[in-house]
Design a protein. Structure first.
Length: 682
């Protein structure tokens, strides 16, 4: 028990001097209190001693040190500085408090019951004050009832006054040490940030440095996508005993603490579970895994918040204000490095995109895909042009169908040129020309190491075509297993590179073309119906050349002049018989076949009149003989005569010969003139 003072007068002061000497030079508060106990027991008897200090973060009073008595969990209890408890009463009034016997105390029944359960019957508490500065409380306890005289109480108050100076000095030194440690941590974090580590490795290094001053069990870095508003997990350092690898590394932040941080630019500290405020399943999952305290700080740059630094604790110990301030400072350093990294990545992607576009454009310039610059006066072709004018200014998906060589790519370019994206890239990919194993990489790109031979990161056509138009030719050749990913990319305007987990958003106009019957392929199970209907927004059929024969003379003249100029030939005339033969031919290869025939004809022409090499003898390289031409001309003459006979000599009108032949009236009249038809029908 607390007993009587063993001496008085000068001996008491001698005891105080010895007490002061005994508590000097200790390195921590626990040994400091142990030294106090040894010295104090030479004068006063008691069973245990307790040191109570305020928490600067919460303002609550916490038991810091308890000698010779163990009360599990007592150090985690925080008590307010008011009359609701014994400690608060002494702190508020700065007066000593003697309660003996405890069972007679009526004011704090819950605390009295707590002490009696541990067989404690006497408590003496005195304030620790250094001048006007409140330092804490010093408590003495006994398992017996005591009677303390005024002289004994005065002695304990004098001890507390001397002890307060020592405790405050120690706390000041500790704060200076902590500040030094914080500065060292920030310095070491800066050194780590200038390294060439990956973000996962870098976060591990940052976390290990922070652990020196801020206890935590899990750490994460997130980055904000300014365009989509989504956040991406940049790095994660989970506990070794916990597998918390997320299914996806990007998503919406709503319902999570970091959403509030991104919105306000201020840190969010959670020292209690709060599902009402943060209903996100990810936050709930963290709680289920045992995390109780959470701190989310912003990564602030000149442009605003670019991400967050996240720390979590399983212990539930609250994050203090000094800890949060340190994390905010660390977040500013990480933000600078992240901003530079994002800027570098953005510049690298722009550089790669420009280089890729350059390759595509060089490929375009080296290929000859201009099928007559959209020449044609036939009703069938004019209908196509009207459709292009209707759909071009919109962003609607266009599905161009038609036989091989009809100029589907030219139609796609015309749609792009009439759109609001005409100043942006027109990126094409022939799906039939790329092996199935490489097609996914060509479409969506790949990360370094995604597969054998992937020695560097590569952008796909979807990424390069951002803000422009993507044209997929021969889309009927897309493998069935790749079609779901293509559908998602078209529908959601987002995708992931092969071997990557970062969702990339894009903004493209999509045009597809095919010479296949996609509807039949759907019925045969060779093409997904959902992809077909997603493509079939605005179907556009390009007619074969045999259905627009009146356009053939225009195309023949165009290609003749084009290749004559390129080959430096002076060709001024095209024989009428040759033109008639070319017009009469069905052209199974359509405009592409006609283009090739004219190019070869220009090559073999020596004079000023085009020497035509007809398609059916193109493979043998033999020029068209007059006899062969005459046969073709004769066949054309017979068809016109038959049509005139069936229409009773009428050329125009819905039942006229021109309509029966699928020609314009002026075209038919021109051909009749060349073939000397007309006198018998005047």
């Amino acid at each position: 028990m607390i007993g009587a003072v063993q001496s008085s007068g000068p001996e008491i002061y001698k005891a105080l001097v010895e007490l002061t000497q005994s508590i000097a030079g200790h390195g921590d508060l626990e040994s400091l209190c142990a030294g106090l106990v040894r010295s104090l027991r030479q004068v006063v008897s008691f069973d245990f001693l307790g040191l109570v200090l305020p928490d600067s973060a919460t303002g609550l009073l916490h038991l810091h040190t308890l000698t010779e008595l163990e009360i599990p969990g007592s150090r985690q209890i925080g008590l307010p500085t008011d009359d609701s408890n014994m400690l608060g009463w002494v702190w508020k009034r700065q007066e000593p408090l003697i309660i003996s016997p405890i069972e007679e105390e009526q004011r704090w029944t819950e605390m009295v019951a707590f002490l009696l359960e541990r067989n404690i019957h006497s408590i003496v508490m005195v304030p620790l004050t250094n001048g006007e500065h409140r330092v804490g409380l010093l408590g003495f306890g006994s398992f017996s009832v005591i009677e303390l005289s005024g002289e004994e109480l005065a002695f304990l108050q004098r001890v507390a006054s001397e002890f307060a100076v020592t405790v405050e000095s120690y706390l000041t030194r500790q704060e200076l040490v902590r500040e030094r440690d914080r500065l060292e941590v920030l310095f070491d974090i800066t050194n780590a940030l200038v390294s060439r580590l990956s973000w996962d490795e870098l976060l591990t290094e940052i976390s290990e440095q922070l652990l020196r001053v801020v206890d935590h069990d899990i750490a994460a870095l997130t980055v904000l996508d300014g365009e989509t508003g989504e956040v991406r997990l940049l790095g994660l350092r989970p506990p070794r005993d916990l597998n918390v690898e997320p299914e996806t590394k990007s998503g919406r932040p709503e319902g999570m603490p970091l959403a509030e941080v991104l919105r306000t630019g201020e840190p969010v500290v959670l020292n209690e579970i709060d599902f009402e405020r943060f209903p996100s399943p990810l936050y709930r999952r963290g709680v289920e895994e045992g995390f109780r305290a959470h701190c989310s700080v912003p990564l602030l740059t000149r442009k605003g918040v670019c991400g967050t630094l996240e720390l979590g604790r399983r212990s539930g110990i609250a994050f203090t204000d000094p800890e949060v301030r340190l994390l905010v400072q660390a977040g500013r350093q990480v933000a600078i490095a992240l901003e530079n990294s994002l800027a570098y990545s953005e510049l690298a992607e722009i550089k790669e995109k420009l280089a890729t576009e350059k390759l595509y454009l060089e490929g375009e310039l080296s290929s000859d895909q201009n099928f007559g610059n959209m020449l044609g006066e036939s009703p069938a072709f004019q209908s196509v042009l009207r459709s292009i004018q209707v759909v071009g200014p919109t962003d609607a998906t266009v599905l161009i169908t038609g036989e091989t060589g009809t100029g589907k790519e030219l139609v796609a370019r015309a749609v792009h040129d009439l759109s609001t994206r005409s100043r942006q890239s027109f990126i094409k990919l022939n799906c039939a020309a790329i092996p199935a194993t490489l097609l996914e990489s060509e479409l969506f790109g790949h990360e370094k190491g995604a597969f054998t031979g992937a020695l560097a990161q590569k952008m796909g056509r979807f990424e390069v075509a951002n803000h422009g138009t993507l044209f997929l030719d021969e889309i009927g050749d897309i493998p069935l297993e790749l079609q779901p990913k293509l559908l998602r990319a078209i529908q959601e305007q987002e995708f992931e590179r092969l071997g990557g987990n970062r969702t990339i958003r894009t903004d493209i106009r999509f045009i597809a073309a095919t010479n296949r019957d996609l509807k039949q392929m759907v019925d045969d199970g060779k093409f997904r119906s959902d992809l077909f209907y997603r493509l079939h927004v605005f179907p556009l059929l390009v007619p074969p050349l045999r259905d627009r024969r009146e356009d053939i003379p225009l195309l023949v003249q165009y290609f003749t002049q084009k290749y004559a100029q390129r080959l430096r030939r002076n060709i001024t005339a095209i024989p009428s018989a040759a033109m008639a033969a070319l017009t009469a031919y069905d052209w199974p290869g359509n405009v592409r076949e006609l283009q090739n025939v004219i190019e070869r004809s220009v090559i073999v022409t020596a004079g000023s009149e085009l020497r035509v090499v007809l398609p059916e003898v193109l493979r043998s390289g033999v020029a068209v003989s007059p006899g062969r031409l005459q046969v073709s001309v004769s066949g054309e003459r017979d068809r016109i005569l038959r049509a005139l006979k069936e229409s009773n000599g009428r050329i125009s009108g819905s039942d006229g010969a021109a309509a029966r032949l699928g020609l314009k009236r002026t075209t038919l009249q021109s051909r009749m003139k060349k073939l000397n038809i007309g006198r018998e029908f005047h």
